[in-house]
Design a binder for this molecule. Sequence first.
Ligand code: ADQ
Length: 732
Amino acid sequence: MPRVLIVANRLPVTVTPTATGVEVQKSSGGLATGLLRPHEQSGGLWIGWSGATEEELSTEQRAALTEQLAAMRLVSLPLTAGQVARYYEGFSNGVLWPLFHYLLDQVPLHVRDWEPYAEVNEQFAELVARHYLPGDLVWVHDYQLLLLPELLRRRLPDARIGFFLHIPFPSEELFRTLPERDRLLRGLLGADLVGFHTPAYLRHFAASLTQILGLTVEIDRVQLADREVRLGVFPMGIDAESFGAMAEEPGLEAEVRSLKEDGRLRLLVGVDRLDYTKGIPRRLLAYERLLEAHPELRERIRLVQIAVPSRTNVEAYQEFRSTVDQMVGRINGVFGTPRWVPVHYIYRGLSERELVALYRAADVMVVTPLRDGMNLVAKEFVASRTDGDGVLVLSEFAGASWELPEAIQVNPYDVEATAESYYRALSMGEEERRSRLAPLRARVQTYDVHRWTATFLEQLATCTRRKPESRQALAGLEAAKEELLIQLRDREELLALLDYDGTLVPYTATPELARPDPTLLELLSALASRPRTELHVVSGRARETLEQWLGSLPIALHAEHGFWSRLNGSEWISAGDTGAGWREPALTILRDITARTPGSLIEVKSVALAWHYRMADREVGARRANELRLHLTQLLSNQPVEILAGHKIVEIRPYGINKGRIVPPLPPERLASTTLLAMGDDRTDEDLFAAVPPDAITVKVGPGATHARFRIDGVPAARSLLHSLVQAEVPR
Ligand code: ADQ
């Protein structure tokens, strides 16, 4: 098993400064339990913050802490109180947490803590890189470290990096409200594997990649320029066996009986961190509604609500605490009697044993968050019910709901319906209770936390990093430059065949906006005037455009994928008659789809027709493009044309007309003295790559499948490559 480096905001410990040093206590809890096994078994490290700020510890205490942590193979990332206030409480808990839980109104009006967030992520990257050894698996956790995968990738290009998000990934329309949305997405794309609790979160993330970054996601993977990122669904489980065992401990039964006042009370139980996402106020309102609507239940039921103090330094949490206090006070004041307290509210954490006793005592477990990544409490309840009884009322907005469909599912925003579902749960017969719980138990026992860690790490381990040799096969900009210069030493003629859009200029909203800028014209002109150099620009565009934009340069132009050619200022020559019977019917279809797809447009060329959808909504555009291709393929099946899907474009053009046509004849003696460069970004450029000799320097610009030998990042890299040719010494 490879060594696993776990990276999370917090280390699984609690640190207390003492007179002589520090006391370090291991903390338990969902994540810690789950990750302890790979941590122990792989001999790995856990890297995170200890929970004590730099200001809280003296120099001696810091040294003592480091030493004690090292013995547990834990590595602490030091944070100052200011960093905790801004990176952790400010941006992570003040902005990302509410936004990712759909609670936009909790996001501050003016977000200011981005810089410290990015800075701490950098610090994490430095620290992890320092401890990394080749072959390690790096597993980064949660929303505090969204930038870390990319920051690590820069430092450790060959590392296998996994990321798991413990909270929901919000719908793309919400996510895009974040000013730093692009950087956060790119941060995550530094990983090889990005995991979520549910398929819906994965879908939201994929939609964000498409809509915000313009990337194409193929169900569970995204192809980047130089590597692939896999996306996966890994619903987190709990240590079901240990909860089951605790539930069977002797003496527990007595505790359960006393909680239920020897059977006189039926209990509804809620166990949460005191967090506004957990739905406690509406849960209380629903309980109040239940008491109003069903007075016969008074003095016979009780809601036990346990709330662990959480994020007490964040203002929203302080206000929230007093809201809950007041509601509990009000309900108890209105409905309580000398013999009966309707809500038993406890504001502190309980031991695991106390928790299990409560889970066992619950007639109805109420888990009604407004939004929750997964919710482990629901699973802990199920695992503790070794007696096979008890009803789970579960919010449909908890990640756990898709895994636990046999629970009574509720919409926590619907207070009336929630109250009714409590009633339904309380009135449910034993047979139904048992038959609903059995499949829940099977699920929670099978997909436990150990299975969760093992599955994630297994998948991460199969993300094969490219070996150094194969990387050379698709090397980047520097390698392409080097190879060009080496070839030019022996073969002094330079023949450059260059695509235009997406290679020499970036894509623009509409095709006419992509006219060449002065820097490009200068660059092409300098390259064309290089001795023994022949420069061709080949494009899918119409002749008129190319002539207008590049006609004054001493270069060869090829329009409409090589149907038209104009060699150094001569006349345009066409490839011959191609028949045009297909154009009218095709145009009819194109006009129809354009009318139905806002932001799309038709380009009519002399032989080809093109449908552009760069400006259309990304998802709709892509769907319509598929529809169009299908339709055209049927309509034009007996016509001498081909239908091509390019970069945000669908093109119909006569057969045999492709960019490969423009490669000039290269008799052996010319071949021996020519260095050939072919560069393009689109699928149509693959025809060009296929038509040149195998040792030509073929360069793919940007992501996507290719047969080119080199891949570079984008237009600036393409220009930089040409620039290096202009500057290269020409032998005399
Ligand atoms: P949390 O928001 O912390 O976790 P949850 O999944 O319910 O939510 O886990 C809480 C843990 O704390 C449970 O193990 C529970 O037993 C314990 N706990 C809660 N209240 C307690 C109390 N009063 N006393 C003692 N212990 C208490 C985040 C996400 C979740 C996701 C987890 C794991 O918000 O959606 O399920 O991470 O990915």
